[in-house]
Design a protein around this ligand. Structure first.
Ligand code: C2E
Ligand code: CA
Ligand code: CA
Length: 711
């Protein structure tokens, strides 16, 4: 405890000391006033009580001399320098060294100003450093200019960095996090800035973010004219400077973000659209399998791979047998279901080891690449045949199909993709003609056959115009009388170089190419002309059968009514012509078929069911369509002997046909025994080499003369 005397003593001592300092400070006064810069003398005790200031100092900091003298020099602290900054200053002064730095101070009205300070330590009479002299130059204007520049630079780097992130297509979260990092870093005092992005209900915040922060900047994120979020920057402490440039930066970033999101949305939409277009161009919409276009790409790739590895590849072409009948019987929707199911089954056999594609219709193709094991092809083919032969359950129906498969190898069979495909197609065609439900490997013989076929197609186009087609007639003999009042018209082709070609060789081609319509029409007109002649010269009810292919029933040009007109023009009744159709046609549910069959009946033309027993025996249809004749296929007649199975079959067919009111014609009668057995079984007519081969009209007429004589 100090006594009042002691206190007086102490005060006196302090005043003495202070006066002494003052006296010495006065020595500086002239200098300080003369210097023209900010000058201050302060006690050098880390507290820094101000002893002296000049007018310039007061002018800049806004305090007057009375307000400053005796005050702690920290009155001017701006709070922007870290503690270490002043520690270093004091350490320098205490060492007796000159300290030089740029300092940011706060003026009386709260404004910050910058000075370039030089601090010189001053020693007392005892040689100890007791004060310092600070001489400063006001650099606020320069500093502010610099700061704006530096901030601009920071902003530019920040924007640049954010744009790069966006261009790199980083995930959205990553971009938001990076924006925050860059943004807080770009603010003048990163340690006191925090940022938050709210986007589509999600929130991204800087680590030091706290809920109570209120003071800050914000801007909205707009995508396609719609506000979908905002970006906010907060300051953890009152900010000395709040530059409009910072708001500008925040706005620039949200603007960037919005535009980027817009671009991303457009890009995503474009990609989605592209994917859709690509899918439509490359995949079959019914089965989702690659389509023909994609198949070609894959095939080329597989061929290149085969070239590299030296391992062959196989092409397996699948064609469902009689698929059209499924469509006709059950409808197209069911047909589609079957194709989808078939695609799945094929995929289960081959997808692991190759590409399965749909070429169109009921045609599928499999590419088996890198065949190091030759058994692979055989195994997959067998597997596929078996799987495709299993019943197809389509809603409430059960359908069966078989498949024909053609196989070709690269590079052995062909080195060109389209030739390879053609080879597989030829092999498939061979499998079909060998009886379907089987597979066939491509051979060079097939290629030759295909070439012959191609040449025939070309030649056939001119055949009709060049009068190369002929109609032969084969008699149909009535068993009970031996009379010939009927004949079948059978077309022939007198080829300029190859000689006479039978219909078995060119009718399928004519059917495939549609030429059958014109050929069939021509045969009909020829037959009608002959019928008129023979009705006049030979027998009043003479009748000629013409074969009518299913293709003709589906032809766009409705020729059948033209046929009636033609008969009328010739003054011929409908009965002079019989139309021969095959069993398959009766299963065809197409209205065009039914309409034509009934139209034939209405015109008085008769209908004959050809090759009976080789196709689908749909007995119920015989009555429904008013069939007049049933022709027992020659395969039943061929092996006829008294107690054979075929005999029993023929007898049954004859009994049944008669019950339904149909007359029966046996085809391919070659021997007298066959004739006798058939006649005994009640068969009405016979046709075959026993009586005569098909003959040109002139020779047929001669035959008619002899039979007339023989009767
Ligand atoms: P198809 O309608 O079954 O005609 C009967 C075929 O059996 C004829 O063959 C005939 O020559 C042959 N044939 C007759 N008698 C015998 C015999 O005793 N034994 C044997 N083994 N065969 C006999 P072709 O003339 O070669 O005709 C073949 C097929 O071509 C015909 O079979 C028919 O489906 C078709 N065709 C012929 N001409 C035409 C036509 O103008 N239009 C259409 N769409 N098809 C036709
Ligand atoms: Ca026939
Ligand atoms: Ca026949």
């Amino acid at each position: 405890m100090t006594s009042p005397e002691e206190k007086t003593n102490n005060d006196q001592e302090e005043r003495l000391c202070y006066t002494a300092l003052e006296n010495r400070s006065q020595e500086l006064t002239a200098y300080i006033e003369a210097i023209g810069q900010l000058a201050l003398v302060s006690v050098a005790d880390r507290g820094g009580r101000i002893l002296q200031v000049n007018a310039k100092f007061c002018e800049v900091c806004g305090y007057n001399e009375q307000e400053l003298i005796g005050q702690d020099h920290r009155i001017l602290n701006s709070g922007t320098h870290p503690k270490e900054f002043f520690d270093e200053m004091w350490a320098t002064i205490e060492r007796g060294d000159i300290w030089h730095q740029e300092i940011c101070n706060r003026s009386k009205n709260g404004q910050l100003y910058w000075v370039d300070s030089t601090i010189v330590p001053l020693k007392g009479s005892d040689g100890r450093i007791d004060r310092y002299l600070s001489v400063s130059v006001d650099i606020t204007a320069r500093r502010q200019k610099e700061m704006v520049l530096r901030k601009r630079l920071k902003e530019i780097t920040c924007l640049y960095a954010i744009r790069r992130r966006m261009e790199q297509e980083l995930p959205m979260d990553e971009i938001c996090q990076r924006i925050i990092t860059h943004l807080t870093g770009a603010m003048q005092f990163p340690e006191i800035a925090t940022a938050v992005i709210e986007l589509d209900g999600r929130r991204f915040a800087s680590e030091n973010y706290s809920q109570d922060l209120a003071h800050g900047l914000q801007a909205q994120i707009v995508v396609n004219g719609k506000i979908c979020g905002r970006l906010q920057v907060f300051y953890r402490e009152d900010r000395p400077f709040l530059l409009p440039a910072e708001q500008g930066l925040v706005e620039a970033i949200t603007d960037d973000l919005g535009k980027w999101l817009e671009r991303m949305q457009a890009e995503a939409a474009r990609k989605e659209n592209e994917t859709l277009i690509w899918r439509q161009a490359n995949f079959d919409s019914l089965t989702n399998l690659p389509n023909r276009h994609m198949f070609h790409d894959r095939l080329e790739q597989a061929m290149k791979k085969s070239d590299r590895t030296g391992l062959p590849l196989a092409l397996l072409l699948f064609d469902l047998d009689h698929f059209k009948q499924i469509n006709d019987t059950y409808g197209h929707a069911m047909g589609d279901l079957l194709l989808q199911e078939a695609a799945l089954r094929l995929g289960s056999c081959a997808r692991e080891s190759g590409t399965v594609a749909r070429l169109g219709g009921d045609e599928f193709i499999v590419i088996l690449g890198e065949l190091d094991d030759p058994d692979t092809v055989e195994r997959i083919t067998q597997d596929a045949l078996r799987k495709l032969a299993e019943p197809f359950r389509l809603k409430n129906e059960v359908a069966y199909v078989s498949t024909s498969i053609g196989i070709a190898f690269y590079p052995a069979d062909a080195t060109d993709p389209s030739v390879l495909l053609k080879s597989a197609d030829q092999a498939m065609y061979a499998a079909k003609s060998q009886g379907r439900n089987r597979y066939s490997y491509f051979t060079s013989a097939m290629q030759q056959a295909a070439q012959v076929r191609m040449r025939l197609v070309n030649d056939l186009r001119g055949a009709l115009a060049d009068n190369e087609l002929l109609v032969y007639y084969q008699p149909i003999v009535e068993f009970s009388t031996g009379a010939v009042h009927k004949a079948e018209a059978l077309v022939r082709w007198q080829h300029p170089t190859r000689g006479l070609i039978g219909p078995a060789e060119f009718i399928p081609i004519a059917e495939d190419t549609g030429m059958i319509v014109d050929i069939g029409d021509w045969v009909f007109r020829e037959a009608a002309r002959q019928a008129a002649l023979w009705r006049a010269s030979h027998h009043a009810t003479f009748q000629i059968s013409v074969n009518r292919s299913p293709v003709q029933f589906h032809s766009e040009v409705s020729i059948h009514s033209a046929w009636f007109d033609h008969l009328q023009k010739l003054g011929l009744p409908g009965q002079s012509i019989v139309v021969e159709i095959t069993e398959g046609l009766l299963l065809d549910t197409d209205a065009a078929v039914t309409d034509q069959l009934l139209a034939f009946r209405d015109a008085g033309m008769q209908v004959s069911l050809d090759d009976f027993g080789t196709g689908y025996s749909a007995l119920a249809y015989l009555k429904k369509f008013d069939i007049d004749y049933l022709k027992i296929d020659r395969s039943f007649v061929h092996n006829l002997s008294p107690s054979s199975n075929d005999m029993a079959l023929c007898e049954a067919i004859i009994v049944m046909a008669h019950k339904l009111g149909l007359k029966v014609i046996a085809e391919g009668v070659e021997t007298a025994q066959q004739r006798d057995l058939l006649a005994a079984a009640g068969c009405d007519y016979g046709q075959g080499y026993l009586f005569s081969e098909p003959l040109p009209a002139k020779q047929f007429e001669a035959l008619l003369q002899t039979t007339r004589q023989s009767i």
